[in-house]
Unconditional design. Structure first.
Length: 150
């Protein structure tokens, strides 16, 4: 918010304030990532599962045919479960889902914030939703909410 207040004179009246703020937030995030690149990277043993989950991030929607009653299963999840599942997604996918599905920006608005083509936003949103479904299905199976099918 401090960055937004400092740059308030760059805001053009009549434009989407939400998209303007999200762009500032995204650029701040990218700046932090760039700053952290130069630091020594540490690998903690308790983060191994998260790294392993990211390796599986290439899969998307592979477990979709195993959802018998998705609405019933999704209602059983708490918000923290959804947040944890979102955190396991690659950054570009997570940002896209946050803008499109959580902030309810249309594809064009999300494309402007992310500075990528609309088609890329649509593709990432589709892939990300599949990845999120797979992670939630796995969690539901672990909790015994659904039966394991071979």
């Amino acid at each position: 918010m401090l960055k937004a207040m400092k740059a308030i004179d760059s805001f053009q009246e009549g434009t989407n304030v939400k998209a303007w703020l999200m762009t500032i937030l995204r650029r701040t995030f990218i700046d932090r990532l760039r700053a952290n690149r130069s630091r020594q990277h540490e690998v903690r043993l308790d983060s191994y599962d998260q790294v392993e989950g990211r390796e599986e991030a290439a899969t998307s929607g592979q477990l979709d045919d195993r959802w018998d009653n998705p609405e019933k299963i999704l209602d059983q999840f708490e918000d923290k479960d959804m947040v944890e599942a979102l955190k396991t997604l690659p950054d570009e996918i997570r940002w896209t889902l946050l803008l499109v599905d959580i902030e309810q920006l249309d594809y064009a608005g999300a494309a402007r914030v992310l500075e990528i083509p609309v088609g890329t936003v649509k593709s990432r949103a589709h892939r990300g939703r599949g990845m999120l479904r797979d992670r939630l299905f796995t969690k539901a199976r672990q909790r015994g909410w659904v039966e394991s099918k071979a």
